[in-house]
Design a protein around this ligand. Structure first.
Ligand code: ZN
Length: 292
């Protein structure tokens, strides 16, 4: 079985209330990335953040962060489009990635494509109320067609993200149309806690994806648990030949105290070794995903 690709999801929009080790600034993200590389990660996924932790929509900050990561380690870089997820045009959502791709110093390796749309309002099971009522994450087919074309033209690898089976079906349609190259780097999203938009983070939630993966399409699949602990499913994922995308962005991992991203990554690297897989270095991840 091929080596385990570990993608470090270092921060998302996580605050520091439960774990102070979430990196926000460009320097912190770069330092964290280097430590994650040492621990066994081969990809870093990040969101630019302001000094107070608020989302940062500055394209320059994205570029600065990638340049700093390149300065300190050889991790493959996967920035978010989340800078402008809810409001911007399809061109506006992708423009910072395309701009950065033109310069070797700031060039990312991946760009995400969430292959469908969903409600993302947070539900509070304690009060039995929704925290918001109008939050929709929209990715129209036209938008995704545009992303697929432009991401390929920029020479980056798309990370096709599924939040449920319908997203998976759209990813497979794009592959059939020749818009996604072999193999598809497919993110399978599980969600726990207040966000109900993904499959539940259970063996059954994961299996619902896996039984719908066609044997005829080359897929390298990785699993997120947005809002919960991915360690609970690590043995199952790794034994089944999957990969993991994990970090303090998804969950503070207070079950382990207050770990750093690197300490968390090393847990998954240990499990990979236990299963005889070992962890993929960035160059090996490139080979597995057949990237340039
Ligand atoms: Zn993200």
């Amino acid at each position: 079985m091929e080596k385990l690709i570990i993608e470090a999801r270092v921060n998302e929009y996580a605050m520091r209330k439960h774990n102070p080790n979430v990196p926000w600034s460009s320097e912190e993200i770069a330092r964290d990335a280097a430590a994650c590389r040492e621990a066994g990660a081969s990809i870093v996924h990040f969101h630019a953040r302001q000094e107070n932790g608020a989302p940062c929509h500055d394209a320059g900050r994205y570029a600065e962060t990638i340049a700093r990561v390149h300065d300190v380690c050889d991790l493959l870089v996967h920035p978010t489009l989340g800078a402008n997820t809810l409001a911007a045009s399809k061109e506006g959502r992708l423009s910072h990635v395309l701009e950065m791709a033109k310069d070797k110093r700031t060039r990312p390796d991946f760009a995400p494509m969430d292959m469908g749309s969903t409600n993302i309002d947070a539900y509070d099971p304690v009060t039995r109320r929704y925290v918001t009522g109008d939050q929709m994450y929209l990715n129209s087919t036209d938008t995704l067609l545009y992303f697929a074309k432009e991401i390929r033209a920029a020479g980056l690898k798309p990370c096709a993200v599924a939040w449920n089976i319908t997203y998976l079906r759209q990813a497979l349609a794009f592959h059939e149309m020749g818009l996604l190259d072999d193999p598809i780097y497919l993110g399978l999203t599980l969600t726990e806690g207040k966000v109900l938009a993904g499959h539940p983070a259970t063996a059954a939630g994961l299996d619902a994806y896996l039984i719908n993966l066609p044997k005829t399409v080359p897929v390298v699949w990785t699993v997120y648990n947005y809002g919960g602990n991915l360690l609970n499913l690590a043995d199952k994922i790794i034994a089944a030949g999957g990969h993991v995308a994990v970090g303090l962005g998804d969950h503070p991992y207070t079950e382990l105290g207050a770990p750093t991203n690197a300490q968390l990554i090393s847990k998954f690297a240990d499990i990979a070794r236990k299963h005889g897989r070992g962890v993929a270095a960035p160059g090996e991840t490139r080979q597995i995903l057949r990237m340039n």
